[in-house]
Design a protein around this ligand. Structure first.
Ligand SMILES: *Cc1c(COP(=O)(O)O)cnc(C)c1O
Length: 470
């Protein structure tokens, strides 16, 4: 109700899925207010992560609809959420309900996916450093595996000789189409550590032979990069991968590769409320650039992470103190490097929007003042935002870091032994006009910090002596 009223007020156009960035902003404002009212956020709980369940469901539906509208009827498509982006069991369960599977890259991520009830048939294992035991488990469970390199394929050969497996198996290639604006998330550079570097001397022929020699290799995988990769480059990465699959099937004389895993990596717009690019735009660009991929001869796997969750998460932190230094106002908050590690260490590549709320959790208005929004950690660079124009933050207000649903509050960094914040999901409550909350993750206790920091081994080092010393 409130959402519709707000749309009427702001005159915002509703998109084909009935949602707008404005609607999301309205839900978020309600959630911040509700969190303060409910005491989830306050003097004794000075930081939380909030997840917009409505928004997550909408993104999942947009993803499925976008690919449904460009693939031939009956094409098997598995959208496997990159668990790395938001490794939270209730999130994986919510996505499962929306028809989304899981892409995992470690024993921990696999365990999270299984705890969420994801079936092996809807799970893909991709890590670059799988141990022999991980591979054995994946093949025993029937989970799809993409071999990263020749040595890993050797290990899989050994396992395939010793037991039958239902696992769909493939090889990850690096199409070496180049990087984007952020080096750390560019996976298809000349020297990237991922996959078989396709343009290296002899590599393409090695890949073709690998399939010729192994009738059970039925998939081909590439992930061209994450944040900072332009859409056109992503399409080129997929084009190269598709061309290789066609070449392999031609050489073998039958469609041995039946599924292409195009990875994830759709970039997220952190500069405004708008979702851009959209899944629909990407799917249409694939249809235009690589029509053969979508004509029904290949099944598809995708591995989107950030684009599914980023815009649906918010970090909200209390302003503990407001001070001034060198003439610049500084709001000292409880959100810093522990929840926004990339932003704090590499602010140029990972800027975040900040929203100001008053002590009751209402959007703060007033003239904008250039200020720093600082975190709680004990080093000078622990800033969520530097020199940002915002309504002046005061003691007891709240600062929200927007678009932090992926790779932020679920990626705790234990600097200063700062506790992991509680995470709560929310949905609008039409009865009250407010929101309802559910706990996704409890806040970490100080006792658990001690336990995780060797508390059970307090005397371990003082009782350890070299033989004959003392
Ligand atoms: C990180 C990763 C993804 C997800 O990337 P996003 O940018 O979060 O969409 C998908 N596939 C692989 C192999 C990855 O490493």
């Amino acid at each position: 109700m409130r959402t519709l009223e707000a749309q009427a007020r702001t005159g915002v156009v509703v998109d084909e899925y009935g949602n707008t960035g404005e609607a999301r902003a309205v839900r978020r404002d309600e959630a911040v207010r509700g969190a303060v009212e409910r005491g989830l956020l306050g003097p004794d709980a000075p930081i939380v992560g909030l997840l917009d369940v409505t928004g997550i469901r909408e993104s999942a539906r947009e993803l499925r609809a976008a690919f449904d509208s460009v693939t031939a009827p009956g094409t098997p498509v598995l959208h496997a959420f990159a668990v790395k982006a938001t490794p939270l069991v209730p999130v994986l369960r919510l996505l499962r309900e929306e028809g989304i599977g899981a892409e995992v890259a470690s024993p921990g991520e696999l365990a999270l996916a299984r705890a969420a009830g994801l079936s092996p048939a809807r799970t893909v294992l991709d890590s670059p450093a799988k141990t022999a035991a991980e591979l054995r488990e994946a093949l025993a469970l029937g989970i799809a595996v993409n071999a990263d390199n020749p040595q890993e394929l050797d290990r899989i050969d050994g396992l395939m000789r010793s037991a039958v497996s239902r696992s769909p198996l493939g090889i990850r290639v690096n199409p070496q189409v180049g990087g984007g604006s952020i080096g750390a998330t560019s996976t298809a550079t000349e020297t990237s550590k991922f996959g078989v570097a396709l343009r290296d001397e002899g590599a393409r022929e090695w890949v073709v032979r690998a399939y010729l020699d192994r009738p059970w290799l039925s998939r081909l995988h590439a992930h061209t990069g994450s944040q900072g990769i332009p859409l056109s480059l992503m399409v080129r990465g997929v084009e190269e991968t598709y061309a290789l699959a066609e070449e392999i099937n031609r050489r073998i004389g039958r469609p041995q590769i039946d599924t292409i895993d195009i990875g994830g990596g759709l970039p997220v717009n952190f500069a405004s409320e708008a979702t851009a690019p959209t899944y629909t735009e990407y799917a249409r660009a694939l249809k235009a650039g690589v029509p053969g991929l979508l004509d029904g001869r290949y099944g598809l796997v995708t591995e989107f992470g950030r684009s599914l969750l980023a815009k649906h998460g918010t970090i909200v932190a209390r302003v503990e103190y407001a001070k001034s230094a060198g003439g610049r106002p500084v709001a000292v908050t409880h959100a810093g490097v522990q929840v926004a590690t990339r932003t704090v260490y590499v602010p140029g590549s990972w800027p975040l929007r900040i929203a100001a709320y008053d002590g009751k959790g209402r959007p703060k208005s007033g003239p904008e003042v250039v200020q720093d929004v600082a975190g709680p950690a004990c080093f000078a660079g622990d800033l969520l935002a530097e020199g940002r124009a915002l309504p002046l933050l005061d003691q007891g207000d709240y600062a929200a870091a927007l678009d932090t649903g992926a790779y932020y509050f679920a990626h705790h960094y234990a600097y200063n032994s700062l506790a992991r914040p509680g995470i709560y999901g929310f949905v609008p409550d039409p009865q009250t006009g407010g929101v309802r909350f559910a706990t996704v993750r409890d806040p970490q206790t100080v006792a658990s910090i001690v336990a995780e920091s060797g508390g059970a081994h307090v005397g371990a080092l003082t009782t350890l002596h070299a033989p004959g010393s003392r």
